[in-house]
Design a protein around this ligand. Structure first.
Ligand code: HEM
Length: 138
């Protein structure tokens, strides 16, 4: 296994650990993530005004999946497809980073002193990878 693959594998395992801990402590965090997102990303609440909770939940499930998937290369086509779709919904590029930040900040806030520096590093690693693909897709 290349060292790059090993770093990625470790990062994913670390993100998984943080999400497992927060789920144990706080259950489904999806509504809290959206609340944080709408408070910090101008225009996002308006874009999602008529979107049902079920669809919002589906979207967040996909975001969790992308955070945890081992190999991002096979997801490039999917991300290109969703980025194009989302352009049509009126979603702007900087709204993605804000969504990932809201998700990370919500987990961080809920974990409090259990949030570790290695969590920060692992989250930033995967978020950077995802944003890189999304930016190239737009
Ligand atoms: C990697 C990040 C994201 C993923 C994986 C994702 C995924 C999804 C999925 C799977 C849906 C369901 C319908 C569809 O397939 O298009 C959806 C809907 C939607 N997403 Fe996202 N999303 C992301 C980021 C965002 C961001 C940053 C916004 C900004 C507000 C956003 C706004 C919306 C809206 C408004 C809809 C509903 C569209 C409609 O049904 O009219 N999404 N998203």
């Amino acid at each position: 296994m290349t060292s790059e693959k090993q770093i990625c594998k470790n990062a994913i395992a670390t993100i998984e650990r943080s999400l497992f801990q927060v789920a144990e402590a706080s259950g489904d965090i999806t509504p809290l993530v959206y609340a944080d997102y709408f408070a910090h990303c101008e225009g996002s609440e308006y874009l999602m005004l008529d979107i049902e909770d079920r669809e919002k939940g589906r979207m967040m499930d996909e975001v969790f999946r992308l955070l945890l998937v081992q190999e991002l290369r096979p997801e490039k086509e999917y991300l290109r497809y969703e980025t194009k779709n989302h352009q049509g919904y009126g979603v702007e590029l900087e709204m993605y980073e804000k969504l990932f930040n809201s998700l990370q900040n919500t987990v961080k806030r809920l974990l409090g002193s259990s949030w570790l520096p290695e969590f920060e590093e692992a989250w930033q690693f995967r978020i950077t990878e995802l944003l890189d693909i999304i930016k190239k897709s737009s």
